[in-house]
Design a protein around this ligand. Structure first.
Ligand code: ZN
Length: 252
């Protein structure tokens, strides 16, 4: 049984070789940290959000203890995320989650292409008790959304269980049609925990693909706190913030 467990992932990697999440190129031994192809490295580094922790002044965070993102939502990162939307590219979601593990949670990059990043968190004292994905507003039946795919992979790396207690309150308008103030108003109360969901005493890691105003993450956190969670931190692949000057693309 153990040998099957060991060989199955290798077989899967042989049948479905790992690819760069940004351009889709097959990854070779020269991939940066086992995930990014050499051609995409400069862009990937340019778009990293360093440090990953998000400044509170620029977003509307309430009910959240902390917020972090691996990248700025721009250019090649933006197109990678858009390709994963609506469940479009599960393998890309896995690679993006691995980048989050490294850039946000300080996991050691996989030693080889296809390996799992190594998270050295203290096993006896988990930082979080569970991972909860932000639920999709317009779910496609049977298709896991990007936050759920990210949460599953991060759960594997950080060794914490994934729970899905949140759902969208029926009748809520989609955020993208709205202005910043409208978003805040619309999001508040837009998420509920399913009846019976008990998060008493749990520290929750909330996972989303993009943080725009923070309104969605904050509203989810509020629902989680109401279900008994003691503490909610949100982590996303990317944040929609203006790129710092030195990170902007140079135009001639
Ligand atoms: Zn690439």
């Amino acid at each position: 049984m153990d040998s099957i467990k060991k060989w199955l992932p290798r077989l899967a990697d042989a049948l479905f070789p790992r690819r760069c999440p940004f351009c889709g190129a097959l990854l070779g031994a020269d991939a940066l940290q086992g995930t990014v192809c050499p051609a995409c490295v400069p862009e990937e580094m340019r778009l990293q959000h360093i440090p990953p922790r998000l400044p509170e002044g620029e977003h509307s965070f309430y009910a959240l203890s902390q917020a972090a993102a691996a990248y700025y939502y721009a250019d090649t990162v933006r197109s990678a995320i858009l390709r994963c939307k609506r469940g479009g590219s599960p393998w890309r979601a896995r690679e993006l989650a691995d980048r989050m593990a490294v850039l946000v949670f300080g996991a050691l990059p996989a030693r080889r292409v296809g390996g799992l990043p190594q998270y050295l968190g203290v096993a006896m004292l988990p930082l979080y008790n569970c991972i909860v994905p932000v639920p999709p507003r317009q779910p496609l039946p049977g298709v896991p959304g990007l936050p759920l795919l990210l949460a599953r992979r991060l759960g594997q790396v950080l060794r914490i269980p994934v729970e899905t207690p949140l759902s969208v309150r029926p009748g809520t308008r989609p955020q993208k049609e709205l202005s910043r103030d409208e978003r805040l108003q619309n999001a508040r109360g837009a998420f509920v925990c399913q009846p019976g969901a008990d998060l008493t005493g749990k520290r929750v890691l909330l996972v989303d693909d993009i943080i725009t105003t923070g309104a969605t993450a904050s509203a989810c956190a509020l629902a989680l706190l109401q279900a008994g969670a003691t503490d909610v931190t949100v982590a996303a692949v990317a944040v929609a913030e203006e790129l710092p000057k030195e990170k902007r693309k140079k135009t001639k």
